[in-house]
Design a protein around this ligand. Structure first.
Ligand code: RM4
Ligand code: MN
Ligand code: MN
Length: 431
């Protein structure tokens, strides 16, 4: 890193002030878990092995269609974004991969990009395509759709872009392409609901045919926005049917914010696992829709219940089960680095809590139709404060016991504000 980086000395001194208290809390929690037959050391090792991808666009300040309020020191370009991603991983040790978005992250030398990332200890996860915006000098507009557009030449352009993304991803070491389209309609009657899906499937079949042998394609559904009457890939049912029609390399991606209110997301997850079609997640939280809020910030129990299904599946080891994890949030009022640190920790928390569910007792209660008894098993795990396990996992992996406090103590953002004079028209984070 050419500019300011959080030093080992600062990390050490920050950890030193918290180490004695952590040892005490860890020992107390280990004893409490041991009484339940849980090995805290094994749990800590599992947490250390857990990782979630950071989206490169997530380190920019987000915005709404009304405004964006960027703060000084936000990343100006891809290499600034990499620095911020490296800082997040350095402190929380939970985000070893990046998920890029094209053309937002376009650069002339992808081998060099991969090398710079590797220098920070970062690798690349799924590649995201973008056919929901027009780019300068683009021949055809996506105003009325992309992969499902009525005009064959618009579809061809969108297909070619996705195939380009695969080629870039191959250079970066990615193994998956995530396709989210904004296609849909705003008026009843505007679009033929059946033919729009037909066109999408035909386009996706061409993209699917371009996938390397060891790649997957993730279909991301979303019920509304920017189309407000109908969306072509509106829900998990459509997504599942499309993935089944396309073939084994096509799987469904669940963005937690892309469902109608009150939908039982953990059940959707269980269904997709059952059909071997759960490809991955975009984690966030929401009260109303999309990626408004940070993962675990309002509905931590729901997040836990999703992980509960994942661990239940992991224990059974179903075919084709290897979900990809990514955070997909819009950070409008926080420092994105702090939000991403906290969100990665919340995922690890839900993961650790799901790991300590007593699955034998749970299965027995379910077999006896003991409704409340069965409920108490996941509840007991969810109400266990696993924070000392998470902090110990970070410390042992070389990170910070208290990532956000350490980040604040470093004045990273202030240093970056000096190093990164604002440039006009940065597109970072307008999602
Ligand atoms: C969409 C969707 C996609 C993301 C874009 C920026 O709502 O969540 O995953 O790529 O936003
Ligand atoms: Mn998403
Ligand atoms: Mn979204």
């Amino acid at each position: 890193m050419t500019g300011f980086f959080i030093s080992d000395d600062l990390l050490k001194s920050e950890n030193a002030t918290r180490k004695a208290a952590l040892d005490e809390d860890y020992a107390a929690l280990s004893r409490a878990l041991a009484r339940r037959g849980i090995d805290s050391e094994a749990l800590t090792r599992s947490v250390m092995a857990f990782g979630v991808a950071v989206p490169t666009w997530g380190v920019g300040t987000g915005g709404t269609r009304f405004a964006r309020f960027p703060s000084p020191g936000e990343p100006r370009h891809l290499f600034d974004k990499l620095e911020d991603c490296a800082t997040i991983h350095r402190l929380a040790r939970a985000t070893p991969t990046l998920s890029p978005h094209f053309p937002w992250d376009a650069t002339s030398d992808y081998a060099a990009l991969r090398e710079v990332a590797a220098g920070y200890g970062l690798a690349f996860d799924a590649v995201n395509s973008n056919t929901f915006q027009d780019q300068p000098n683009q021949e055809h507009s996506y105003k009325f759709g992309s992969l499902s557009h009525v005009d064959r030449s618009v579809r061809a352009q969108a297909i070619a872009h996705n195939i380009d993304c695969i080629a870039i991803g191959e250079q970066l070491g990615s193994k998956a392409l995530t396709v989210w389209i904004a296609d849909g309609s705003n008026f009843a009657g505007q679009s033929n609901l059946t033919l729009a899906l037909d066109r999408y499937l035909d386009s996706m079949a061409e993209i699917y045919a371009a996938l390397p042998a060891d790649w997957r394609v993730f279909l991301e559904h979303k019920l509304y926005e920017p189309a407000f009457y109908s969306t072509v890939i509106s829900d998990w049912g459509t997504s599942l049917a499309a993935a089944q029609e396309l073939g084994p390399k096509a799987q469904c991606l669940v963005d937690l914010g892309h469902h109608a209110p009150n939908v039982n997301i953990e059940q959707i997850v269980a269904r997709l696992i059952r059909f071997g079609k759960l490809g991955g997640f975009h984690f966030n939280d929401s009260k109303y829709g999309d990626d408004d809020l940070d993962a675990g910030s309002v509905e931590p129990f729901r997040l836990f219940l999703v992980f509960n299904e994942l661990i239940d599946a992991e224990r059974r080891g179903p075919k084709g089960f290897a979900p990809a994890y990514m955070l997909d949030q819009s950070h409008n009022v926080t420092d994105p680095i702090e939000s991403l640190l906290q969100s990665a920790i919340e995922l690890q928390r839900a993961y650790a809590q799901a790991l300590i569910v007593d699955r034998v007792a749970l299965a027995a209660a379910q077999a006896n139709s003991d409704a409340l008894g069965a409920h108490l098993e996941p509840k007991r795990a969810f109400t266990t404060d696993v924070s000392p396990i998470l902090a110990m996992a970070r410390l042992r992996a070389g990170g910070a016991i208290a990532p956000i406090e350490t980040y604040r103590a470093s004045n990273y953002r202030k240093h970056k504000a000096n190093e990164r004079p604002a440039v006009a028209g940065t597109s970072a984070g307008i999602v």
